[in-house]
Design a protein around this ligand. Structure first.
Ligand SMILES: O=C(CO)[C@H](O)[C@H](O)COP(=O)(O)O
Length: 252
């Protein structure tokens, strides 16, 4: 494998299993983050070895740059129109395959791309599997205009959902507010646990300054969890709780 540093074996195992789902001629969505980057490298190697003809849409500038550099054919989502499969990482995966995403600040484009795909497959290591979403800070992309007012409205929404007092943190990078590929900022909500994810998703989406939150509810079709020994566990929404219950001891 031509990767510069030795990849995490669990992420590599999940990536290989996901890339095995790719078929010649597919239109693919490429996720963002360290796991998705490994997947892009594995995919590029397979494309080179087998001469597959793929069309790829990236979920971030960083992924577009990586995929292009590795020789994958990257086009805009509008050029491709619709995708057969999107493969992406996640920050948390619950037993119903609901996700928190956006640790890398790309969840807006990631959600657009995932929703424009027939199938979304998540690749992750066992540390991402949780019983209930919320330990990971929930990213919320907001427009710069009226940021303080948006923060107040987010706080009020949390109060109504019995999450009052939870910190709302403006994400920083190099001492300045983080700027997404779409020119927006990110509020990270330190919720600890999310009792009612659909209600929170609705409340956040109703705030005008909020562009998109990192809750991916009912979007993921398959989660491939890699293990450090190179094996994988596949979780689907149909077998959701059962599979997790069976595998939990081995996963965590
Ligand atoms: O949602 C994301 C980026 O916005 C990533 O998929 C998520 O943060 C997981 O990243 P990693 O694979 O590096 O742990």
């Amino acid at each position: 494998m031509s990767m510069s540093s030795q990849p995490d074996p669990a992420k590599l195992a999940a990536s290989r299993a996901a890339v095995a789902l790719v078929r010649d001629g597919m239109r693919l969505g490429l996720g963002t983050g360290s796991t998705a980057s490994i997947m892009v490298e594995v995919l590029a190697e397979r494309v080179k070895a087998e001469g597959l003809a793929l069309r790829c849409a990236a979920t971030s500038k960083a992924t577009a740059e990586l995929a292009g550099r590795l020789g994958l054919r990257v086009e805009s989502l509008d050029e491709i129109g619709w995708l057969d499969l999107t493969i992406d990482g996640a920050d948390e995966v619950d037993p119903d395959l609901n996700l928190i995403k956006g640790g890398g600040g790309a969840h807006l484009r990631e959600k657009v791309v995932a929703q424009a795909s027939d199938r979304m497959v998540v690749i992750a290591d066992p540390g991402k599997v949780v019983d209930r979403l919320g330990a990971f800070h929930l990213p919320v992309e907001v427009i710069p205009f009226g940021l303080e007012a948006t923060k107040v409205l987010v706080g009020r929404a949390l109060e109504r959902l019995e999450l009052s007092g939870r910190p709302i943190l403006l994400r920083q990078r190099d001492g300045r507010p983080f700027v997404t590929d779409e020119g927006n900022h990110i509020l990270d909500l330190a919720l600890e646990a999310i009792p009612d994810a659909p209600a929170l998703a609705r409340a956040l989406s109703a705030i005008p300054g909020v562009v998109e939150h990192g809750l991916f509810l009912g979007i993921c079709d398959l989660a491939i969890i890699g293990r450090p020994d190179g094996s994988v566990v596949e979780l689907t929404r149909e077998d959701e709780g059962d599979a997790l219950a069976d595998e939990e001891g081995a996963l965590l």
